[in-house]
Design a protein around this ligand. Sequence first.
Ligand code: GAL
Length: 444
Amino acid sequence: MRSFHWFRSGLIGFVATLLAASAMAVAPVGAAPVPATRVQTGPIGFPAPVVQQSGQQLEIFSWWTTGGEAAGLEAMFGMYRQQYPGVSIINATVAGGAGSNAKAVLKTRMLGGDPPDTFQVHMGHELVDTWVIAEKMEPLDDVYAQMGYDTAFPQGVLDIVSYQGHPYSVPVNIHRANVLWYNTQVFADAGLTPPNTFDEFFRVAEALRARGITPLALGDVGSWADANLFETVLIGTLGADGYKGLWTGQTSWSDPQVTQALETTKQMLAYANPDHAALSWDQANDLVISGQAGMTIMGDWVDADNLAKNFPSSGWVMAPGNQGVFDALSDTFGLPKGARHREAALNWLRLIGTPEAQDTFNPLKGSIPANVNAGHATYTPYLNESMQAWKTDAIVPSLAHGAAASEGWVTAIQDVLTVFVTRQDVVQAQQALVLAAADANAGR
Ligand code: GAL
């Protein structure tokens, strides 16, 4: 068996942050915005599966609808169908990056006693605070024991998918949220090298603008994309420890470096496409692919999007100031209490944690396996580098993707950023962020 040593140091800090922040903020499963409809479709590019009335079913709920997301999910469905040909998979997807729409639909269904058989949920606060503490999930000790999962995932990951010693979901991947993606052809034509610092970013942005190219593609139709950008600027400004301290109370949200991060974010927004509020993350990435824009700062699902769209000029570096820091999140699946097709769901959970499933899913999804025995398939150059970085970088929890803070706190921060993007008032935004942290702390 492979040694876990390589991930320990980074993950220990990561877990400590999560646990401390967990003590600070436990979000109630409260009134969620009521979604208009429950959407059941096949992901884009794949036919919706036919539901056989007589056979057994398995409803899998996620927000994976874009090219690489759908391709990865469909590949795992293929493995499941091979093993369980009598089961019809219902692919219950609700489009919207980072679960911006799906989470509200899920909440309504769960509270209404209509859970899917299994659903996508981020490792960390999103899983534990929202669903486990609310006693909506079944523990998965038996699946873990049966499948050897208790030694297949890094201890840090096991800690974060567990509550009071019991695991509650199975991780399919590890994603990195702090990457700057750029069009290598556009940069070559302009004689530019990708930026590593904020100063270089602004120099490159000016040069691109002078050529009539949008420097920074942004798609914040869901305000999580603002949070995603902002968290990379926080990391690049405060460093890994300072950023982690924001979630444990060790770094104050009134710190001058947070002011600086807001100023930098404001300056960056001035280089974004004017229609950013109308676009999704993948539509923003399309601007980079077409060469209308030079860069986008986004998680590594962009790698999968570029692969699915056969984009030959995909380039990447870490977001400015983020070198050596892995801003981590993980997609997991769990078993809600009251699942109608419980055994079929358990079989899904028994499949998705295996090295075979992870090596099928992740190269298409733009993520790296969570299972330490996987990683032997053909991965893109980006993903090979990410696997290396996961072993050596400082690991910090993502804000926008459920790892760093409770959903209530994340929503409060996103609301602040939505106003900030329009008003660009640094003082007001920082005051609101301080209040959001105080509210979250009140749950301590
Ligand atoms: C993240 C999720 C990723 C990817 C991304 C964009 O929250 O963990 O798997 O789907 O959103 O939708």
